[in-house]
Design a protein around this ligand. Structure first.
Ligand code: PLP
Length: 248
């Protein structure tokens, strides 16, 4: 047993990753889905580089970060390691240049302004970027993302930004003990994806669904998630309050 405050070892991370993976696989099988269709994206915000090196040694090949500054720093400091960085938090257009330079993926596209800024920077670098369009499925003021009603129009406009490859949709469910409300958010995203595919399959890439975090990823998998973003169940409880990432 390790002390709760001790820095996890590579073996600890291997165990935690396997445990989360096992829970994902079980959730998928409960609804007759192939577990291999669900990707686990470990979310490493607030975790220092020295600790992350152990997680990478345990098999993490991609890491998700909410804040661009932090992701940029870690990308630079860990460039000797084979890690793809996914930016999963709201982006301000003045940081588009940074994301265009280092990110392998951006999961929080929530406006055409950001699409335009990213595309311009990517074109200049001769790069392209996988993106997920973020939708606010809970209706909470504090959550970023498009209103569901605005999604079709944005999807129709995105092909103009040819450096962006739309892969699917992303959401954060309501933070609630009420699992029905949480599941409803996931179902809203899945229905939006299904409608988008009916409408025009070319506009939504593979129709991926990025939804589910440490507290709700099994429910998300049962509702169709193809990517779950899991931080605390792998890296331990965060010292920073969530309001830092999701202002009220
Ligand atoms: C932090 C974060 C997660 C992971 O949350 P955990 O509770 O640590 O699993 C998922 N998605 C986004 C957008 C995040 O910022």
């Amino acid at each position: 047993m390790t002390d709760a405050d001790a820095v996890p070892t590579t073996a600890d991370f291997a165990r935690r990753l396997a445990a989360v993976r096992g829970r994902i696989d079980d959730a998928a099988r409960r609804v007759d889905r192939d577990p291999a269709t669900v990707r686990l994206l470990p979310v490493s915000k607030t975790v220092p580089e020295a600790v992350l090196e152990r997680a990478v040694a345990a098999g993490c090949r991609e890491l998700g970060e909410n804040k661009v500054q932090e992701a940029k720093r870690k990308h630079a400091n860990m460039s000797h390691l084979d890690v793809d960085w996914s930016v999963i938090g709201h982006l301000q257009t003045n940081k588009a240049k940074d994301v265009a330079a280092f990110a392998a993926e951006f999961q929080a596209l929530d406006s055409l302004r950001v699409a335009e800024a990213l595309d311009r920077r990517l074109q200049a670098l001769g790069r392209s970027l996988d993106v997920y369009v973020q939708v606010n499925t809970s209706g909470e003021e504090s959550k970023y993302g498009l209103a569901p009603a605005d999604l079709p129009e944005v999807l129709r406009a995105l092909p103009a930004y040819s450096a962006l490859r739309v892969r699917g949709l992303m959401t954060l469910a309501v933070f609630s003990e009420d699992t029905d409300r949480v599941r409803r958010c996931f179902r809203v995203l899945r229905d939006l994806r299904d409608h988008a595919l009916d409408d025009d399959p070319d506009l939504i890439g593979d129709g991926h669904l990025s939804m589910g975090m440490s507290g709700d990823f099994e429910a998300a998998v049962e509702q169709g998630a193809t990517c779950v973003r899991v931080g605390q169940a792998i890296f331990g409880a965060r010292p920073t309050p969530d309001s830092y990432y999701w202002p009220n």
